[in-house]
Design a binder for this molecule. Structure first.
Ligand SMILES: [Zn+2]
Length: 247
């Protein structure tokens, strides 16, 4: 996908508001964890997208060193180019859950349109191919079959959501946009992630090692850990999404 694709990926979340007119019939689902009563400092789920490009080893090392579990949404493109990072993740199955971010990082929208400048899959068949090729890439990289899907740009047409559910995947929304598509500064990223509350599902990126945001991801996570927050993966929690994404 290259540099252009990566930066488009990064722009996607941060430009949500600006393109809302164009995306009027699309949905950007939320996801929360079921609240837990009487459980210490609360719990959050950290989800990190690996859209394409490389690996932010600042984040990967911090997760391993501080024993912070995370759900990583990987594309087929990223898997092919980041074998060393995949090996580290596979070596820590207690920390890392790898899930499906699509084969080629194409938005799961079944009508032809642009979302933040990225062409949608454009048909039901193309949405299905994106979802299934992402799952196939994960299968060929070894490890358990994915159960969750998050499409490129995290926006969907409602009919695509129904199809992805029929293919057997839950769809991973989020409740805290941690890094604004990896385009935010370190300070603001740290502030957003550090402010996560019990039940939040955080989204950020682990594929932009040159961006300042990655340093903020680490700072924010360490602040949460310091506060006594527990981190869980999506498979270990009961996530509740809207727009028919998990029920
Ligand atoms: Zn992505």
């Amino acid at each position: 996908m290259g540099r252009l694709g990566n930066s488009l990926c990064a722009m996607a979340l941060s430009l949500f508001a600006a393109s809302s007119g164009n995306a009027a019939t699309l949905v950007e689902p939320t996801l929360h964890l079921k609240p837990q009563s009487g459980e210490g400092g609360g719990r959050v789920a950290l989800t990190l997208d690996a859209c394409g490009g490389k690996t932010d080893t600042r984040i990967l090392s911090a997760l391993v060193d501080n024993r912070i579990p995370a759900t990583i949404f990987v594309t087929g493109i990223w898997l092919k180019r980041n074998a060393a990072a995949v090996e580290i993740m596979r070596a820590h199955p207690d920390l890392f859950e790898l899930e499906n971010h699509g084969g080629r990082h194409i938005p799961a929208v079944d009508t032809p349109r642009k979302i933040y400048g990225i062409s949608s899959a454009g048909s039901p068949d193309a949405v299905q191919a994106e979802v299934e090729s992402g799952a196939a890439a994960l299968a060929s990289a070894g490890g358990p079959a994915p159960k969750w899907f998050r499409g490129a740009t995290a926006e969907y047409s409602p009919s695509a959501i129904a199809m992805i559910r029929k293919l057997g995947f839950k769809i991973a929304g989020f409740s805290v946009n941690g890094d604004g598509g990896s385009l935010l500064g370190a300070k603001e990223t740290a502030r957003r992630i550090g402010a996560a509350k019990d039940g939040d599902v955080i989204i950020a990126h682990i594929n932009q090692p040159t961006h300042a945001a990655g340093g903020g991801v680490v700072q924010g996570l360490l602040a949460l850990k310091q506060k006594g927050m527990t981190f869980v993966r999506l498979d270990d929690a009961d996530g509740i999404g809207n727009d028919g994404t998990t029920d």
